[in-house]
Ligand binder design. Structure first.
Ligand code: ARG
Length: 472
């Protein structure tokens, strides 16, 4: 057996090099400051890898045991905050392997057999995503639950529905809240589908091409709880589609949160006055004593830009990369961690803000009872009498023009030009009840929607339970 050369190197690659790396190189290329977050997944991946090596006879069971004991120790040190990182630990993988080798001696030097950091980092990041994206989706589930609860509490309260931010037709507040709820339901589905698609183990791809050693990628995939092993080693180490997908999912969640944010900025303004924030979820001004600001809502709107930036940043990094691993891929992590953190923070804050705010039904309903929001109901009334819709539209359009020119209330004009039943449609609170069609905004249709939403929540809850009992 050949002896290890006497080079006193500190890097993983010192054998081929004369002298150590320059400080500027280390400062520029290290990823430890951010990939430390993968420590537990790195240890989990290493455990499966050494067990796999032992199964195929590349490690004796004694060697395997001593590496596993060392990994337990590393885990305890990292969990307890006593792990001592060295300046030469360029990333988490180096730090873990370096410490295992210190603890387990010659057996530790076998840990990296038939493995590269290229398949290792891809494995770690997939394990991280499987756990963290499901956790984040659970947070979104809580937000949906709050929207649903507030929709139930809203009862018959209605407000103007808007197009172009102009009052269009009255809608139930419940209907409005649930519209956001359905968007988050799609976000949850999308995140879980992303998790299912990324459930592939890259471990065993090596640096790019596999190995001459008799490893068993299917065995380590199963050990790690992945649905299956990779099919192509080049793809396994260079594929970051899963990160891009996660960033898209998170950017879209961010866009949904931003749209709610924009609405709540309006709703809590004195001009709208549709909602009042709880003090615990509002901020004040350092100079203007009277101010109560919706900073959570504004940041939900503002941070969407950053989430979209993280997605476009990664796509731009990926687009020029030849196969297989390139160091550019190290850029996948900071944006991902940032997007996950930012969405988690936003979801928690918005959930609390919406759960605790007080709606102001009088203001909402007064805005919705403006005469003109009944215009479509008048046109549809004429349609029920047999008038073609385009003619009905023109007739009511003329009434609205006369009303806006100061010729009288819309009810009076409708009584004059159409009849008394038509005029009654302009009365406060009548309009919202006219939206009877399935999926529509009125009380006749909302029950079926609430039932469907409840069933969807139940199905999602079952799915989350299944995933926790699977460990996936
Ligand atoms: N820190 C690297 C990353 O995050 C790990 C892989 C490094 N591989 C290499 N061959 N330099 O991508």
């Amino acid at each position: 057996m050949a002896d290890a050369p006497e080079t006193a190197g500190s890097t993983l690659w010192h054998g081929r090099f004369v002298g150590g790396p320059d400080a500027a190189l280390m400062a520029y290329t290290v990823s430890l400051p951010f990939d430390r977050r993968l420590w537990l997944d790195d240890i989990t991946g290493s455990r499966a890898h050494v067990r796999g090596l032992a199964r195929v006879g590349l490690l004796t069971s004694a060697e395997c045991d001593s590496v596993l004991v060392a990994l337990d120790r590393v885990e305890a040190e990292m969990a307890g905050g006593t792990f001592e990182y060295r300046e030469s630990d360029e990333d988490i993988h180096t730090a873990v392997e370096r410490r295992v080798t210190e603890l387990a001696g010659p057996a530790g030097a076998k840990l990296h057999t038939a493995r590269s950091r290229n398949d290792q980092v891809a494995t770690d990041l997939r394990l991280w995503c499987k756990r963290e994206l499901v956790e984040l989706a659970r947070g979104l589930y809580d937000l949906q639950q709050v929207l649903f609860t507030r929709a139930i509490e809203a009862g018959g309260t209605y407000l103007p529905g808007y197009t172009h931010l102009q009052r269009a037709q009255p809608v139930l507040l419940a209907h409005h809240l649930m519209a956001h709820g359905w968007a988050f339901a799609r976000d949850i589905d999308r995140l879980l589908a992303t998790v299912d698609r990324l459930d592939v183990s890259p471990l065993g791809a090596g640096a790019l091409a596999g190995t001459s050693l008799p490893i068993d990628p299917a065995g380590t995939a199963a050990d790690l709880g992945f649905a299956r092993p990779f099919d192509n080693s080049l793809d396994a180490v260079s594929d970051r589609d899963f990160v891009a997908e996660a960033l898209f999912d998170l950017a879209l969640v961010g866009v949904h949160l931003s749209r709610i944010g924009e609405e709540w900025v309006l709703w809590t303004s004195e001009e709208f006055g549709f909602a009042v924030l709880d003090d615990a979820f509002a901020t004040g001004s350092s100079m203007l004593p009277q101010k109560k600001n919706a900073d959570i809502a504004e940041l939900a709107r503002g941070k969407a830009g950053r989430l979209i930036g993280n997605l476009t940043g990664l796509l731009t990094t990926l687009k020029g990369l030849p196969l297989a691993y390139n160091r550019d891929l190290q850029e996948d992590k900071e944006g991902l961690f940032d997007s996950v953190d930012q969405v988690n923070l936003a979801v928690a804050a918005l959930t609390g803000m919406i759960a605790t705010a007080a709606f102001v039904p009088d203001r909402m309903q007064a805005a919705a009872d403006a005469d003109v929001t009944a215009a479509t109901d008048l046109a549809e009334y004429l349609v029920r009498q047999g008038t073609p819709f385009r003619d009905a539209h023109a007739i009511v359009g003329q009434l609205v023009r006369r009303h806006l020119a100061g010729e009288g209330g819309l009810a009076a004009l409708a009584a004059e030009v159409i009849d008394a039943d038509a005029a009654a449609l302009v009365a406060p609170g009548v309009g919202v009840a006219q939206r009877r069609s399935p999926g529509g905004a009125g009380p006749a249709a909302i029950g079926a929607q609430m039932d469907a939403f409840r069933a969807m929540l139940d199905a999602q809850r079952t799915e989350f339970v299944r995933r926790s009992s699977d460990g996936s």
